[in-house]
Design a protein around this ligand. Structure first.
Ligand SMILES: Cc1cc2nc3c(=O)[nH]c(=O)nc-3n(C[C@H](O)[C@H](O)[C@H](O)COP(=O)(O)O)c2cc1C
Length: 205
């Protein structure tokens, strides 16, 4: 139990899935909680205030099997700060693919970061199909696991949780392909364009 700070490590923090997961966590965390978006770029100030907290919950998306650069910059600032000895780090990571274990490398990176900086590590929740699950009938599964995450931090019985949509890979690929094609079409982007490696600015060249 104690005071908790959520760090939203998504580069699109204000309208991210991470924000929605953080909001659910706040619903189940019955003690004082603050939230900081890495996109607010106040890293030095926030790191100077870490002694106010007992727990740090890093909520972020998986990027290229690892951590988004925006979150790495915050961690670099943490390394420079004087970290309180009692601070315990927890993670809630979501990825686009179906398998929650896609997030394990990111967890290992964070566990190494904690060990290197003499910080205690606590609980984790890995979410697969994180881009979609909250808008499906399976969202109750995520809520249940977020509640368990909050309770494990509260009681000090730290644990590793995971959740995803109960679909076969084939069903997931079919449904997600349909979703992204319709999303592309709403934004006037064809399937061929989406299958290239080009990103926004490249098209203007
Ligand atoms: C640049 C980029 C890299 C990504 N890399 C992965 C990845 O390696 N594996 C995966 O399952 N999802 C990957 N995703 C999907 C995101 O993890 C997923 O969309 C997530 O829900 C985004 O969360 P957010 O809205 O909190 O930023 C990637 C997304 C982006 C934009």
């Amino acid at each position: 139990m104690g005071r908790l700070l959520i760090i939203n490590g998504s580069p699109r923090a204000p309208r991210s899935n991470s924000r929605r997961y953080a909001a659910l966590f706040r619903r189940y965390w019955k003690e004082p909680v603050d939230e900081y978006l890495v996109t607010d770029c106040q890293h030095t100030l926030i790191c100077a205030q870490l002694s106010r907290y007992d727990h740090l919950l890093l909520v972020f998306p998986l990027y290229a099997d690892a951590l988004p650069a925006a979150l790495l910059r915050f961690l670099q600032e943490m390394e420079r700060a004087l970290l309180p000895a009692n601070l315990r780090v927890h993670t809630l990571v979501n990825c686009g693919f179906l398998e929650p274990e896609q997030n394990h490398t990111a967890l290992a990176i964070l566990q190494y970061f904690c060990a290197k900086n003499s910080m205690k590590y606590g609980s984790s929740l890995c979410i697969g199909s994180g881009e979609a699950i909250l808008d499906t009938p399976f969202s109750f599964l995520v809520r249940h696991k977020i509640k368990k995450l909050a309770s494990s931090i509260h009681t000090g019985h730290y644990d590793a949780f995971s959740v995803t949509m109960p679909l076969t890979k084939k069903m997931f690929i079919r449904a997600s392909t349909r979703y992204w094609l319709s999303y592309g079409s709403k934004n006037h982007i064809s399937e061929v364009q989406m299958r290239t490696m080009q990103v926004e600015g490249d098209n203007e060249a």
